[in-house]
Design a protein around this ligand. Structure first.
Ligand code: ADP
Ligand code: MG
Length: 294
């Protein structure tokens, strides 16, 4: 569904590439976490998926289309949940009809919500794509249900918590019917309960078949993913299942990453002689293996 072939990317005026020779394949329906220290290239990689950035060398293919192909880029952005929004000036007026706007979920939900009422916000993307009003209604209802926010349809956006706003931002993306959801540290500004609410929402979308690419700084958010990609200095240094990735403590440490606490405890217990499997990644799994009879 997404393929990176020998992708190198260098920002203008930068001395070193932000991405170096990345080769990746992400299959339909996969739930992939991307982790790495600040500046390791996570956001740069995410922005290549929707063609917001184009490789300096190599190519990115999304649903069979090259991001470097201008004729395909609007379709690609729609498929990855990026929408094209006309600014108010452009709606009323003159000149180019569209201005690009990222609908990928980013850190700050306040920058992603554009209207004052929840359901209007969710409808905004499809309205701008020219979707029929009756279908917009259906899509909005469905998207709000998906993120568990149906009861808030008529609420004022500014009355919502950070976690609720982020879920509305995601509903706005879902209303575009994307095949891929890209989240770039979408939980970073949220409190722990907002974070877990959002993570549950994303897991549910994945279970319903959506391909999810989730950049996160919270390692404990990655244990339920199908796959973790670890980045360092613009390169992929680990790529595997959570059980596999968290056996490579040395590479994680060298990448300035700290495994989730249950994994640290697991490893410490192993050095004390306990037999624990690589599948132990959460506190619940740790308890289960230590006390199977509980
Ligand atoms: P991450 O999301 O993992 O923190 P980024 O993809 O944002 O990393 O950045 C990767 C590298 O590219 C860093 O060295 C960063 O300083 C650099 N970089 C990011 N954005 C720009 C930009 N707009 N111009 C120049 N360099 C940039
Ligand atoms: Mg980033």
């Amino acid at each position: 569904m997404i393929r990176f072939d020998n992708v190198t990317f260098q920002y203008e005026k930068a001395d070193t590439p932000a991405l170096s020779d990345i080769n990746l394949e992400i299959r339909e329906g996969e739930f992939v976490a991307i982790v790495g220290h600040n500046g390791s290239g996570k956001s740069t990689l995410a922005k290549h998926v929707n063609g917001l950035l184009l490789p300096t060398q190599g190519g990115v293919t999304v649903c069979g289309m090259q991001t470097s192909n201008e004729d395909d880029i609007l379709k690609i952005r729609q498929k990855v949940g990026q929408y094209i929004i006309a600014s108010p000036a452009e709606i009323t007026g003159n000149g180019a009809p569209y201005r690009q706007k990222v609908g990928m979920a980013f850190q700050n939900p306040d920058n992603q919500l554009v209207t004052t009422v929840v359901e209007e916000d969710v409808a905004f993307g499809p309205e701008n794509l020219g979707v029929q009003p009756s279908e917009i209604r259906e899509r909005v209802d469905e998207a709000l249900a998906s993120v568990g926010m149906t009861a808030f349809a008529q609420f004022a956006v500014h009355h919502l918590s950070g976690g609720q706003k982020q879920r509305i931002a995601i509903a706005g993306i879902l209303a575009l019917k994307p095949q891929i959801l890209v989240l770039d540290e979408a939980t970073a500004m949220l409190d722990p309960s907002g974070r877990s609410e959002l993570l549950e929402t994303v897991k549910k979308l994945h279970e319903e078949g959506m391909t999810v690419l989730m950049v996160t700084q919270y390692m404990e958010e990655t244990t339920g993913c199908d796959r973790i990609i670890v980045m360092k200095g613009g390169k992929v240094v680990l790529d595997g299942s959570p059980a596999d990735v968290f056996t490579h403590t040395d590479i994680l440490t060298a990448s300035n990453l700290i495994p989730p606490e249950p994994v640290i405890v697991r490893d410490a217990l192993r050095t004390m002689g306990y037999t624990l499997s690589d599948r132990v990644l959460t506190a619940e799994q740790l308890a289960e293996e230590l006390c199977p009879s509980l």
